[in-house]
Design a protein around this ligand. Structure first.
Ligand code: BGC
Length: 771
């Protein structure tokens, strides 16, 4: 690929997008770094409702509580909503011309251009501002969320009068703290006002402490002018700290100003109240003696290091190339990495799903991190370990005397779903997390993590299944271990007995507990004693796993989604207008629950995770049964179908799913990207490439590949880490090339051929067989 073309696939230009709705663009161009995220809004909007944008700053894990109001509240229901705070937009600027101020009079902002350089993480925007009196000003803004120091958000403003010369005043101030906008019509977008308090802090730059009233959290936020200009001065005469820029501008000539925001770590309210001076000093240290360009250079260097390991090249299809890079970029910038936070389903780009973490993290995003950035994968799993006590409490609230039940959706580790049929009942989350822990350990061989955190997660979740399940009394379930009244991944089917996916994952969870317990026993670990594990308990786990009931329709030869699944009528698809999708916005849940209609991959998700469970004929039967009844109303669905279509060699279909899912956010195909990106789908698109197109599977004997390139592409390239090795894979239609990038060497398999890479043979090429 020529250099300029290669560069272009790292650029996201406004012209590339067909939807120019402001709220949509704010999401797409949002910048984040795992700690903070900022929507790319109209910099003059602030908290004005006159414009349709939804600006704001999100800090991962910074949320408030509000009491859930139930019509009828039963025992054990969660008490509180948890809602991520939408803090003041750091890009906010007030402009004053001829005594008219943009926060008082209606200035119009015309977006001229936006361009995101994915390679460095720099966003450049150009606006044309018109005052009510007709004066026009060009405003360009360059911003980045630092990848080197996650407290920092950098901004550089340039103003240029277009049709006048004269006095212009600019203010950098934040007179409000809550940026909430009312939009209650979509259950996926519910936004609640948080109880936020602010106290300005004494300094020679603007600074405040922001605290939450009910969750009792606090952080320090400050901003600094990054320059020496005498035209910029700090002012707090009326009690509100701000920077004021008093300019005398000449038509056509530009003036620039750089600012840095520092967003401190989250502490308890009490801690911040007592120690804000220390935290302010820390926040200031991030910025003092730095310039926009020195901060940006550091950040861009980290961004480039990320691409070195995580980039995926798709040759011959610039649109897919851009799509995958955009997805990888957001996936990376959304992920918490402090061991106390995870990845909100919408990243840090919007308030959709209230900033909650779901199974999306472990099942759809984590694989990309495990294979490209295992340290971050570990931190993400550590978040679950940190919240294990809350999960234990949830198991008690559910009525069990032992074990842990992780929440379906949460920020602080407690359940935040007020609707249990599609919330708490999705207990598969427990086994999903256990599965993810085991995958991380298998790929990295991180025995320290296993002993210190991973095993406890697996053990406590297994204990939950052991107590929650029971042995069936009669019928096909008689004598088998059964899990009743659960909801599987498909949210159009709820509260069923023996959801195939849940049972299969729980079986795996129980087995993992036994395997890892024995492994730890063998190395003389004292962990088992400390956690009260007995031989009897392990034997019970094994027995339940061996007897786990997995519903199967013998006549059809298809795995059944649950005990009653096939007795229900098929949803009347032919009488459902196109506009009625997603069905959840148009039909009562009970109507959906009483039909065979799937929102997303459910039983097929089990086939996806356990390829060794079925031969290709079985997979085909399952696929052919479930595909026609699946609406893909969840963005998590298509990528799984794509990987499976590749496995059953329906390659054209696999490509169609790739084409649809890869551009989910860029094309706003779910229709709700304005509330935030779909990061789960972005992680899943990594899986589509690596597990689907390259056909990679982790087996007992190591990594196995079965590549098949879509006819629309010329090549696919990516790198993966496995144990201490890093391997570069390049697939073309006729060959696959494996190159050892780092490490001593390893043996893998490609289309039944053994490939041994080592120092003396770092590259091996395998001719592909026709599939
Ligand atoms: C999906 C869930 C997912 C959640 C958050 C829902 O629409 O059905 O599987 O966890 O969105 O992304």
């Amino acid at each position: 690929m020529a250099i300029s073309e290669q560069k272009r696939t790292f650029q996201l230009h406004l012209q590339d997008l067909s939807d120019h709705n402001p709220a949509f663009l704010e999401t797409i161009y949002a910048l984040a770094n795992g700690h903070l995220g900022v929507r790319a809004s109209d910099p003059l909007q602030g908290n004005s409702h006159a414009v349709t944008g939804m600006p704001g700053l999100f800090v991962n894990g910074f949320y408030d509580l509000s009491q859930i109001s139930y019509g009828e509240k039963y025992a054990g229901y969660p008490e509180n909503n948890q809602t991520i705070a939408q803090l003041p937009d750091p890009r906010y600027l007030v402009i004053e011309i001829d005594g008219q101020r943009s926060d008082e009079a209606t200035f119009t902002t015309r977006l001229v251009d936006k361009n995101l350089d994915l390679e460095t993480g720099l966003l450049n925007e150009l606006f044309e501002i018109t005052t009510p009196g007709g004066k026009m000003l060009q405003l360009s803004l360059s911003t980045f969320a630092s990848q080197a120091d996650d407290a920092i958000f950098g901004e550089s403003y340039t103003v240029r009068p277009l049709n006048f010369s004269g006095s212009v005043k600019l203010y950098k101030q934040h007179p409000y703290i809550d940026q909430v906008f009312d939009r209650e019509s979509d259950p996926r977008a519910v936004v609640r006002k948080n109880g936020l308090d602010r106290q300005y802090l004494s300094a020679d730059f603007p600074a405040m402490q922001i605290t939450t009233q009910r969750s009792q959290l606090g952080l320090v936020l400050m901003w600094r002018y990054l320059g020496e200009d005498s035209l910029v001065h700090f002012d707090q005469n009326d009690g509100m700290p701000r920077y004021v820029m008093d300019l005398d501008l000449e038509q056509g000539l530009a003036e620039s100003f750089d600012f840095g925001y520092s967003v401190g770590d989250i502490h308890s309210l009490m801690d911040v109240a007592m120690n804000h001076a220390t935290y302010l000093k820390e926040a200031n240290n991030h910025l003092e003696h730095h310039s926009f360009s020195s901060l940006f250079t550091e950040s861009a260097r980290q961004m480039q290091a990320f691409w070195r390991d995580a980039d995926i090249q798709i040759e011959g299809d610039p649109e897919s190339q851009k799509g995958i890079r955009f997805n990888l970029f957001h996936l990376h910038q959304s992920a918490g990495h402090d061991g106390h936070t995870s990845i909100p389903a919408k990243g840090l780009t919007g308030a959709g799903y209230e900033g909650h973490y779901f199974w999306d993290t472990e099942m759809f995003m984590l694989p990309a991190f495990i294979y490209t950035d295992p340290d971050r994968a570990k931190q993400i799993l550590m978040y679950r370990f940190q919240t294990l006590d809350s999960a234990r409490q949830q198991a008690r609230d559910y009525g069990l005397d032992s074990g842990a039940l992780f929440p379906w959706r949460t920020i602080n580790g407690s359940e935040a779903s007020p609707y249990f049929p599609a919330g708490l009942a999705q207990m598969h989350i427990n086994a999903d997390i256990a599965y993810a822990v085991a995958e991380y350990v298998a790929v990295t061989d991180d025995q320290t993590f296993l002993a210190e955190a991973g095993f406890e997660i697996i053990l406590e979740t297994a204990r939950f299944w052991q107590r929650m399940g029971s042995f069936g009394v009669d019928g096909p379930q008689g004598g088998h271990f059964v899990l009743n009244k659960v909801t599987g991944p498909d949210e159009y089917t709820a509260l069923v007995n023996n959801n195939y996916y849940t049972n299969r994952l729980a079986q795996h969870n129980l087995r993992l507990a036994v395997i890892f317990a024995k492994q730890l026993q063998a190395v003389g670990s004292d962990k088992l004693e400390a956690l009260g594990v007995t031989d009897k308990e392990l034997a019970d786990f094994s027995h339940s796993a061996d007897e786990m009931y997995l519903p199967f329709d013998k006549e059809l030869g298809v795995k059944m989604q649950d005990d009653g699944a096939f007795n229900m009528p098929i949803w009347p698809f032919d009488q459902t207008p196109r506009d009625d999708y997603p069905l959840l916005l148009h039909y009562h849940p009970l109507r959906l629950y009483s039909h065979q209609v799937n929102k997303q991959a459910d039983t097929l998700m089990s086939d996806f995770l356990f390829p060794e469970d079925q031969d290709i004929e079985q997979l085909k039967r399952d696929f052919d049964y479930y595909e026609p009844i699946t609406t893909h109303d969840s963005s998590l669905s298509r990528a799984i179908f794509s990987v499976l279509a590749n496995r059953i060699r329906a390659h054209h279909k696999a490509y169609r799913y790739i084409a649809e899912s890869m551009l989910t956010d860029l094309n706003n195909s779910q229709g709700n990207s304005q509330d935030g990106i779909h990061v789960g789908n972005m992680g899943a698109s990594w899986m589509e490439m690596v597990f689907g197109v390259a056909g990679m599977q982790r087996t007992k004997s190591g990594l196995v590949f079965s590549p098949h390139l879509p006819t629309q592409w010329m090549g696919l390239g990516f790198k993966i880490k496995y144990r201490d090795e890093q391997v570069e894979v390049h697939v073309t239609r006729s060959q696959t090339q494996f190159t050892l990038v780092h490490g001593n060497g390893l043996t893998l398999t490609c289309d039944d051929q053994k490939v041994t890479l080592n120092e003396s043979t770092p590259t091996v090429v395998v001719d592909l067989v026709d599939k």
